[in-house]
Design a binder for this molecule. Structure first.
Ligand code: H2U
Ligand code: ZN
Length: 359
């Protein structure tokens, strides 16, 4: 009898239509690979050399204001630029957009990149900020989504946070980034088609139906409140990958009511606290929101959600690498999503670094 807990299998991701190989029998294999340095650093609330702290100079000489809550600026080293001449580069062997496109094909891409400082405090993280402060960050994200999305040449707004040196973050000051692009990036294109097809076939939101299943089964839930649910998706690739899904079918952060925004802040705090408590380390991850494209079409199928991709596997120092079979063929995981959810659920919601007396 085939069992998800004992036998190798492949799981289907209905959002991207990709597969992941799951090898639950393999979790006990010995580990002699790379061990990452774990950083038990104590950071000051203000760092005079930090380019994100209030009042400090950035790399290009601009001076940050004495901001009290959040601060947004255009990335001084933006990957995308708003003023790019529109054009194409194509070899003459095929037709753009046809079944046989040119073998050499490129298009110009416009965009805007911004940096969002979550707090003036250099020593905090989302997990250590309070819910009203995180709600302010949610408000800023919503505002940036609307503002950038309203520009005629912006078709999609990607909001994300890279946390920790392991994920390539350049600075420990709590901050995230926004990359707004002219066209839909690859993953968004995939999620767009899957959600649209599902709505056309059933009349319902793919993620609303998925959420109903998960709330019935309860095996992969991590934290829930009245407005949002954080869970390990059935098809998760990274060991402790999670999704945050809004209970109400809305397409974007800017559609959220004030109560829903603080509900999202509450889920973010509780999820990232559990992450930090898992290995007693400031848990590295990339976390970002997937929202309705801003290309002018109505996109009724889009259902607001976030993905968090943490690289850590079995300790503060042992990370998962996407190599070999995964790089060449298909993603793979050992610990099952159900086991990972159970581990995150078992953790306390008091941060391990919180030394204040219990109420
Ligand atoms: P990361 O930590 O995720 O790399 O984000 C920091 C961003 O801040 C990064 O994209 C930008 C970098 O380009 N930055 C500035 O815009 N100005 C600076 O003075 C330094 C860093
Ligand atoms: Zn700082």
């Amino acid at each position: 009898m085939f069992s998800l807990t004992d036998h190798p299998h492949r799981r289907y991701n209905p959002l991207t239509r990709e597969w992941v190989l799951v090898s639950p029998h393999r979790t006990k294999r010995p580990w002699q690979g790379q061990v990452e340095q774990s950083a038990h650093e104590q950071r000051p609330p203000y760092d005079p050399t930090c380019y994100l702290c209030p009042g400090n100079a950035r790399a290009n000489g601009a001076i940050n204001p004495q901001y009290e809550h959040t601060f947004v600026f255009t990335n001084d080293f933006s990957a995308l630029l708003p003023d790019v001449p529109s054009g194409e580069y194509a070899s003459s062997d095929g037709e753009p957009g046809s079944a046989v496109p040119p073998l050499l094909y490129a298009r110009s891409e416009r965009g805007i990149c911004r940096v969002v400082c979550f707090s003036p405090r250099h020593d905090l993280t989302l997990a250590e900020m309070d819910v009203p402060a995180i709600t302010r960050v949610v408000d800023v994200w919503a505002q940036e989504y609307e503002e950038l999305g309203a520009l005629p040449f912006i078709g999609y707004v990607q909001i994300f946070e890279n946390r920790g040196a392991m994920m390539g973050a350049s600075n420990p000051h709590p901050h995230g980034q926004i990359w707004a692009t002219e066209r839909l990036p690859l993953t968004i294109m995939r999620e767009d088609v899957a959600q649209r097809d599902y709505l056309e076939a059933t009349g319902r939101s793919l993620l609303a139906d998925y959420l109903t299943l998960e709330l019935e089964r309860e095996e992969r839930l991590v934290v829930v409140n009245d407005h949002f649910v954080a869970l390990i998706p059935f098809w998760a690739v990274w060991p402790f990958e999670t999704m945050i899904i809004s209970r109400r079918h809305v397409g974007a952060l800017s559609d959220l009511t004030p109560e829903e925004r603080s509900g999202l802040a509450d889920i973010l705090k509780r999820l990232t606290t559990r992450y930090d408590n898992l290995f007693q380390v400031s848990f590295p991850y990339s976390l970002g929101f997937h929202q309705r494209p801003t290309d002018g079409a109505p996109h009724p199928a889009w259902h607001l959600h976030a993905h968090a991709y943490p690289p850590l596997l079995r300790s503060a120092t042992v990370r998962k690498f996407m190599v070999g079979f995964e790089l060449l063929a298909e993603a793979q995981r050992d610990i099952t999503p159900e086991q990972a959810a159970e581990r995150l659920r078992a953790l306390p919601e008091r941060h391990y670094r919180d030394t204040t007396a219990s109420p």
